[in-house]
Design a protein around this ligand. Structure first.
Ligand code: PLP
Ligand code: COI
Length: 367
């Protein structure tokens, strides 16, 4: 793995009254998503003039924040989502963590926040996963979902980039993001609000993007949908991405298509990038091209569009069975899981869980 900063050593304070083993084992065996938090957290502080300092691993606990902290008023906040996987021989490994560290730096740049060195990001994640390694579920159950984030902590109501930040990493045992029992995901196509516009913050992983997506999610839920697909802000015509994942289409001629990153409004998904690579490896024709909503409904109805799936760290590869909008609806692949979707998911998961070779050097063993 990339070398770790020598300048900053983590002070480790172990939780003395950690979650009792029986309770932890029962949580880890049936974790759901985003609720079964581990015993520890990593915290590193930034102060202008001093840089990053006071790196700690400590018992997970509430934060003390001044009520004037910039994050609470002006949403100076960014985050990442990544996972630790348990391999067949019991080791614990990360998937492309350097890509998360780099995207975190890009998000920080867009939100005028302090730059966190890549090796400090990786060290914080590695230390937390190591101390909480008993929280990594068995592969048939799921993964350890890791949430690194940074908040502006300076107490100042003037609108300006903060001079104090905290970088924090928490983690939770996690099962499927979408329950598999419910079958393929139904997706609401949002035609009123947008997630991102050119020049906005769409490519940054900042909390505000997600807050702005929630009214659409609520509306989707009223229509029986678990996710929302957003369109471009200018023409309200082109598919962009979902509230928390990228989208990919498979056509009758075997082509895999996903919206391009060039417009600067879509999150540069690491899963997206990995799947494009794996599809190319498998000899599939791959296109990163714009695709219009009216075309999606037409192609779904004519049978030209065979499969659609969502992809992301949390979602992995989740088949989409139906789209609904205010004016139209369609079913994809008879609301069943398509072969290409299943194969890509399997290929990706086999690498992530260490069941197969790692031809692209994506895996980092941590514990
Ligand atoms: N798009 C959005 C809006 C997301 O929140 C995510 C999840 O992180 C993704 C796409 C997929 O990104 P990744 O594959 O890096 O998790
Ligand atoms: C992730 O996939 O890591 C995300 O941040 C998206 C969210 C739906 C949990």
């Amino acid at each position: 793995m990339t070398t770790v900063s020598d300048n900053i050593a983590f002070k480790i304070t172990r939780k003395t009254d950690g979650t009792p083993a029986a309770e932890r084992e029962s949580l880890v065996a049936n974790p759901g998503f985003g609720r079964a938090f581990t015993d520890h957290m990593a915290v590193v502080t930034y102060t202008e003039g001093r840089g990053w300092h006071s790196a700690e691993i400590l018992p997970r606990q509430p934060l003390m924040l001044d009520p004037a902290a910039s994050v609470l008023h002006y949403a100076q906040e960014i985050f990442e989502g990544m996972k630790a996987y348990r391999t067949p021989n019991g080791a614990v490994q990360l998937f492309r963590p350097e890509a998360n560290a780099r995207r975190f730096q890009k998000s920080a740049e867009r939100m005028a926040m302090a730059q966190l060195p890549e090796d400090l990001f990786l060290e914080a994640v590695t230390q937390l996963v190591t101390i909480d390694r008993d929280w990594v579920p068995a592969p048939e159950v799921g993964t350890l979902y890791i949430r690194p984030f940074m908040i502006a902590t300076e107490a100042a109501l003037g609108v300006k980039p903060a001079s104090e930040f905290k970088f924090i990493v928490i983690a939770c045992a996690a099962g499927e993001y979408f329950s598999k029992d419910a079958g393929p995901v139904s997706v609401w196509v949002e035609t009123d609000t947008v997630r991102a516009s050119r020049g906005g913050t769409g490519t940054a992983k900042c909390g505000g993007n997600y807050a702005a997506s929630l009214t659409a999610q609520m509306e989707g839920k009223e229509h029986g949908c678990q996710q929302v697909l957003f369109l471009d802000a200018e023409e309200r015509r082109w598919l962009e991405e979902m509230g928390g994942m990228n989208v990919m289409m498979v056509f009758e001629d075997g082509t895999l298509l996903t919206p391009p990153l060039a417009g600067g409004t879509i999150l540069h998904g690491i899963t997206r990038d990995s799947l494009l690579t794996l599809a190319r490896d498998a000899g599939m024709p791959v296109k990163e091209e714009r695709y219009a909503l009216d075309q999606l409904f037409a192609d779904a109805k004519s049978g030209k569009l065979r499969e659609v799936f969502a992809c992301g760290t949390a979602a992995v590869v989740s088949p989409i069975g139906a789209f609904k909008s205010k004016t139209d609806s369609c079913t994809i692949n008879n609301n069943t899981v398509g072969d290409v979707t299943a194969k890509l998911r399997q290929t990706l998961c086999d690498i992530q869980f260490g069941r197969t070779a790692d031809p692209h050097d994506w895996i980092r063993t941590v514990a």
